[in-house]
Design a protein around this ligand. Structure first.
Ligand code: LLP
Length: 433
């Protein structure tokens, strides 16, 4: 996030945070468009190899909206989608649907049909049942569909257990140790006239700091791919290694650079290709957080403050409804009073939201500049899984998301109005009123 300080105010990509708050209201997500663009470019530039086509696909669950996918397209990235809503967003953003990968452990027939209709590049099969359903649907639609199979490589990534995905009892994919299911799956795919098996997908978790975990994943997936190819005589030409690249939220986080992780991954893949004599044509990676998180922050207006026991509370006009991550994962964030940047951070406070729930805390304990009613608070690095996990809890409306570049702002997502918040509700039937 290109943030600067001027006259005691925080500036985001050349715009005064106070002015943004006054013009667009709070809470509001603010994205520095240039940071998104630079990160996308960095992935596109560094995940390259002479031995295979490297394709980063933006994991849109991190922050799915048309503007993000239009940027992904502009920078040559594909997209990862996991629902009808995300698929439709990619379609309406004008994405090349051939570069879209459709994931999910429980896709509905309706979702699969839409994906077939949109000629989605790859559908990732997560289970035997899905393979059978997709086969039938593709046949009915008279479509040849390229598919990957999600495998669980059983790699333990050091991250919060809710965002680990490749433990043996994970709900995702088929374990590489489950020979019975793999054999069954190979049979379905081989006999299918409609499904075109391309290879495997694995995703070991999110917010991973040790690049070695990705190298380990690469090794396991490649060895497995080779063994599968040999056993079933089914060539593997595409691998999708998922996302998970860690970002810095606070000083405690020390992520490796995007470029370095990509370089390491490419090297590991090239070694495996040589050693195992693999015939990979394309390898996909799916960064979500690494693209969206560092580019976004949330602006809130400071409301009341309260001393409760030993705790000094600062309340803001949003909270767990726009960012559930602290409540759900004990996620940590840094913050500043964007209207008092020159003051020292002299107060130890708990920043809490306005929801009726004690767990509605954005930052449990942090040093902050002194603040007053009406000041603007900036919580940094909220660009991924903040907006996308927002809710209308307590009937708080969804905030908007702004893209800012060169001192100019425009909505990527307009804030939800009170009317929109209530428009789907019906009165009781008149005769029962
Ligand atoms: N590919 C697959 C198949 C995934 O399941 C995920 C994330 C990604 C890619 C993107 O991972 P990333 O690069 O963003 O780490 N809500 C949680 C994160 C859940 C991630 C789920 N899958 C959070 O707020 O930390």
């Amino acid at each position: 996030m290109a943030i600067t300080k001027e006259n005691g105010h925080l500036y985001i990509a050349g715009m005064d945070a106070k002015k943004i708050a006054q013009t667009y209201g709070t809470p509001v997500y603010v994205y520095d468009r240039q940071i998104i663009e630079e990160t996308m470019q960095e992935f596109a530039d560094s995940f390259v190899s002479k031995k295979f086509q490297g394709k980063p696909a933006y994991a849109s669950k991190a922050f799915s909206c048309k503007a993000m996918l239009q940027l992904a397209k502009q920078f040559g990235l594909g997209a990862d989608v996991v629902s009808l809503g995300e698929l439709e967003t990619a379609k309406r953003a004008g994405m090349d649907m051939g570069e879209v990968v459709f994931h999910g452990n429980n896709k509905s027939a309706c979702e699969l049909q839409k994906a077939l209709e949109y000629q989605t590049g790859l559908i990732v099969i997560d289970s035997l049942q899905e393979a059978m359903l997709l086969d039938a649907l593709a046949q009915a639609a008279q479509r040849k569909q390229d598919v990957l199979v999600r495998i669980n490589p059983g790699i333990d990534a050091h991250t919060h257990k809710y965002i680990q995905t490749a433990n043996l009892d994970s709900k995702f994919g088929i374990s590489i140790a489950d020979e019975t299911s793999l054999q069954e799956l190979a049979k379905i795919l081989k006999n299918s006239g409609a499904l075109n098996f391309k290879g495997f997908h694995a995703h070991i978790g999110s917010q991973i700091f040790e690049p070695e975990s990705f190298v380990k994943e690469t090794g396991v997936v490649c060895e497995f791919a080779k063994a599968f190819e040999d056993t079933y005589q089914m060539p593997v030409t595409v691998l999708d290694l998922g996302g998970g690249f860690g970002v810095r939220y606070t000083d405690a986080d020390k992520p490796a650079k995007v470029k370095d992780v990509c370089t390491l991954l490419v090297k590991a893949l090239e070694e495996q290709i040589d050693q195992l004599d693999l015939h990979l044509e394309k390898v996909i990676i799916e960064p979500g957080r690494a693209i969206a998180a560092p580019a976004g922050l949330t602006l809130y207006t400071v409301g009341f403050s309260k001393m409760a026991g030993e705790k000094q509370y600062v309340f803001v006009d949003g909270g767990m409804s726009d960012n559930i991550r602290p409540a759900l994962y004990q996620a940590a964030y840094d913050a500043d009073i964007a209207t008092n940047m020159d003051a020292p951070k002299s107060e130890e406070v708990c920043i809490a939201g306005k929801c009726c729930e004690s767990g509605d805390v954005l930052i449990e304990k942090t040093m902050l500049q002194p603040s007053h009613l009406g000041d603007i608070l900036a919580v940094y690095t909220t660009g991924a899984y903040g907006y996308s996990m927002a809710s209308n809890y307590n009937k708080l409306a969804f905030p908007g998301a702004l893209f800012v570049k060169d001192g100019k702002a425009s909505w990527a997502i307009r804030p939800q109005s009170l009317e929109q918040l209530l428009e789907r509700e019906e009165d009781l039937d008149a005769d029962t009123l």
